[in-house]
Design a protein around this ligand. Structure first.
Ligand SMILES: *[C@@H]1O[C@H](CO)[C@@H](O)[C@H](O)[C@H]1NC(C)=O
Ligand SMILES: *[C@@H]1O[C@H](CO)[C@@H](O)[C@H](O)[C@H]1NC(C)=O
Length: 461
């Protein structure tokens, strides 16, 4: 098979020149120190030269905050060292790396600093502070980029490199009941009841499904060429998909018969489920976990399809660092018929943000009523009544709708591209834009959005 390899050019972190923060001198005249609550003692400054700031009144409730530090390639180590030193001393809490942490072992969340840093890529953590400390002090430090309250998310689910189009051997799958797959391999109607795709089918590409887990026993994942695993959970020690959402989307990415790229590896990272409400912290943990895998093995071709949107800018900050680290990042635009620019990480310019179309019986493409829209949308993909694997039993196939289901079509499409030749996230995004079917989508009159519908790569002649 003809396979054109292009070096995986990792973008080096070249952030704008942030203020290089001097080693932390905390709150020079902190004579107003008051311990935050009965247990942790503020150590006496004599112990070291770290002076502890006022952590807030004893009566103030403590709230979880997600904090992202301001780092660049030159100051990463010193910022991390100074900031965490201050925290550990002043809070007297244990610091744990979330990517290695067994969450079921944590009994007392109040006494933990959940560190989601990935060396050289992103630095940050989640822990509890009083509101006055977070807002009046922490957020004003030079080395702090973002301090946001960790909120539960309601209704979370709502290049040149193809220029000469090398010859790609194609596989044909009959898809009479899957108009979604049928639609994305051809520009024009009528549908031909076939899904035609490169026979590399995403092989060698790792698609991380950051979601509710995956029902691995489902037939769609049995006997696949690519592997299907759930590798990490941020919900206690529970790896099972007790929601169904992760299984639905994983089957679109790479299910044996339902999937866009059925040889791609599907790697589940569980961030929500029963008894594990989705919040910004879990989303950040999931994204930085994938960044850690990229840091461990920079040659890995990684697509990250995220299951949730949030109004938290910390999620946006982390997503944008993930793209800088070379991760191809796909997210749904959201299901509220609102401007997608109001949500993270969809608002981040470098991620691929996907809105939903439906395929009508008379064979037209319409923007769905529910889809978010606007200039933060990269392109559309089918997202209404899409056949997906369910969790009721190992053969259940059900129909589901939402931009959650549009996004994995695009994750699969990127996996198809990457299996044929490596590219940067920027190049894969350009590739999607160039391949997309233009000006076929109706229903955008009052929702101005680029009229682009996903088309997979083999379609280029
Ligand atoms: C699996 O579940 C679906 C949906 O509830 C049902 O229609 C089907 O009969 C079940 N199949 C088996 C083999 O139990
Ligand atoms: C892909 O992203 C969408 C939208 O954010 C999400 O809802 C869906 O669960 C994700 N799919 C996978 C396979 O992770």
């Amino acid at each position: 098979m003809f396979s054109k390899r292009i070096l995986n050019i990792l973008l080096i972190l070249n952030l704008p020149s942030f203020i290089i923060s001097a080693p932390l001198t905390i709150c020079d005249g902190c004579d107003h120190l008051s311990p935050r609550s009965p247990s942790p003692q503020i150590p006496s400054p004599s112990e070291d030269d770290v002076t502890c700031p006022n952590l807030g009144g004893t009566n103030e409730p403590l709230i979880d905050y997600n904090v992202v530090l301001k780092t660049d390639a030159t100051n990463y180590d010193s910022v991390v060292k100074n900031h965490f030193e201050m925290l550990e001393k002043c809070l007297q809490r244990e610091r744990h790396n979330v990517h290695e942490l067994d969450f079921s072992s944590i009994k007392d969340n109040d006494n933990v600093i959940f560190d989601f840093s990935v060396k050289g890529m992103i630095a940050g953590y989640t822990t509890k502070f009083s509101k006055s400390f977070a807002e009046n002090y922490l957020s004003k430090l030079n080395d702090v980029a973002i301090v946001n309250e960790n909120k539960v998310i309601e209704d979370p689910f709502e290049n040149e490199f193809v220029k000469q189009a090398p010859l790609v051997r194609k596989t044909v799958r009959p898809v009479a009941k899957m108009p979604n797959l049928d639609r994305i391999d051809q520009e024009n109607y009528p549908l031909d009841l076939k899904y035609i795709y490169p026979d590399s089918a995403g092989a060698g590409v790792d698609v991380f499904v950051v979601d509710s887990g995956i029902f691995l026993e489902h037939e769609e994942f049995q006997g696949r060429q690519g592997k299907t695993v759930v590798e990490k959970t941020f919900c206690g020690n529970n790896l099972a998909d007790d929601n169904g959402h992760g299984t639905n989307v994983a089957s679109i990415v790479g299910g044996k018969t339902l999937g866009v790229a059925n040889y791609a590896n599907i790697i589940g990272v569980k961030i929500t489920g029963k008894d594990c409400p989705l919040n910004a912290q879990n989303i950040i943990n999931g994204i930085t976990y994938v960044m850690q895998q990229k840091a461990n093995d920079p040659e890995r071709k990684i697509v990250l399809n995220l299951s949730a949107t949030s109004s938290d800018s910390a999620v946006g900050e982390v997503a944008s660092k993930a793209v800088e680290a070379g991760i191809h990042f796909v997210v749904g635009a959201g299901n509220r018929n609102l401007d997608a620019c109001g949500f993270f990480p969809g608002k981040v310019e470098t991620v691929v943000t996907v809105a939903a179309t439906k395929i009508t019986l008379n064979q037209q493409d319409w923007a769905t009523e529910f889809t978010n829209w606007g200039k933060c949308v990269t392109l559309f993909a089918p997202g209404e009544k899409v056949p997906v694997a369910g969790i009721v039993n190992s053969s259940e196939i059900t129909l589901d709708s939402g931009t959650s289901l549009s996004a994995p079509h695009v994750s699969g499409a990127i996996a198809l591209m990457l299996a044929e030749g490596d590219s940067t996230p920027e190049q894969s995004k350009e590739g999607l834009l160039r391949l997309a079917t233009k000006d076929k989508i109706q229903g955008l009159d009052y929702r101005p959005t680029a009229n682009l519908l996903l088309r997979i790569r083999n379609a280029v002649i």
